[in-house]
Design a binder for this molecule. Sequence first.
Ligand SMILES: NC(=O)c1ccc[n+]([C@@H]2O[C@H](COP(=O)([O-])OP(=O)(O)OC[C@H]3O[C@@H](n4cnc5c(N)ncnc54)[C@H](O)[C@@H]3O)[C@@H](O)[C@H]2O)c1
Ligand SMILES: [Zn+2]
Length: 361
Amino acid sequence: MDYLELMVPLGERSYQINIGTGLLAQCGEKIAALTDSRVLVVSNPTVFQLYGEVVLNSLATAGLEVHQALIPDGEEYKNMTETMQVIDQALHLQLDRGSVVLALGGGVVGDLAGFVAAIYQRGISFIQIPTTLLAQVDSSVGGKVGVNHPQGKNMIGAFHQPRLVVADLNTLDTLEGRDYISGLGEVVKYGVVWDKALFDYLETHIEQINQRHKSCLQHIVYECCRIKSDIVAQDETESGLRAVLNLGHTFGHSLEKLGEYHRYRHGEAVAMGIVIACFMAEDLGLISTKETARIKALLQGLQLPIQVPQYDPEAVYNGMLGDKKASNQGLRFILPTGIGRFTMADNPDKDLVLKAIKRAM
Ligand SMILES: NC(=O)c1ccc[n+]([C@@H]2O[C@H](COP(=O)([O-])OP(=O)(O)OC[C@H]3O[C@@H](n4cnc5c(N)ncnc54)[C@H](O)[C@@H]3O)[C@@H](O)[C@H]2O)c1
Ligand SMILES: [Zn+2]
């Protein structure tokens, strides 16, 4: 399969995203065209065991000096302790300002490695090789990098754009079912909030998506990256428009927290959050019951959860108040106003929010 190329247009920080199959074995050439410096590959044991060798070989064949740093597998390791371990290693290897950090893994590895690249010697080059669907459609693009603090997710971070993103669709074959499905939660988000054509495509390709057909995935990853890069190009540091990508996330983060980050994958929580947002929008007369039903049917067809567990609705509400995506003035929700359209609602009536949460249970 040929690969598709997409440019994220950010002036002198512009970069390419390559989307296709068999790209890991060719990544060395691409990267050697950007740098002749040393490369620190950051990964975790799960991903490194599967894809480390092919990436390292490709880099070495292209004449690059390569090193590796592994962090343990799991969201709980996206923290400052592991960040410091990678920095210790970079210092030990005497990496300098010309060196490159390469993230090989899902969103956890990408966020942490990108943060290291953002702060090491005031910032060095960063390359993303995302290996989960979530990372390919969302976290590897846009430059948000960071780690968690015991008091909250993604509380420490920076904006640091990669210089290249290489999304090899073959890596998605080895993803566990729920990790794959989680990525689909973010995919549906783009369709609901921004692009009716993508939504229609997803609706008519449910079976192929569930079977991970490559041509279908190539289209989906391309479209999601195109949408995200459009939005990021207009609002790189989330002063306004970029917040649209938080559809389902204000509720989702609270549900993730109530499930102690184990019960639900990120994209699963986002899916339930999208349903609650639809119910709120319905109550405000912004979206029809028919459109809500379509959105729910798509989520369900993709095996995403659409029913919120029987948590105390007040607890779900309170969980959102601590969310960093709540603006200083209070809670902000992204609400769909039809498929492919949205509005922002600041500080809606608490009863309206509770009603929507209860309805989703
Ligand atoms: N920076 C952003 O803009 C942004 C956007 C969305 C999410 N995120 C962050 O992304 C993280 C979630 O990312 P994720 O869903 O990729 O989780 P993850 O990185 O934890 O990966 C999920 C699991 O899949 C495994 N894995 C990765 N690639 C694999 C492969 N090809 N084959 C088999 N197993 C593989 C991982 O080892 C892990 O166990 C969260 O920390 C979230 O905050 C960041
Ligand atoms: Zn997300």
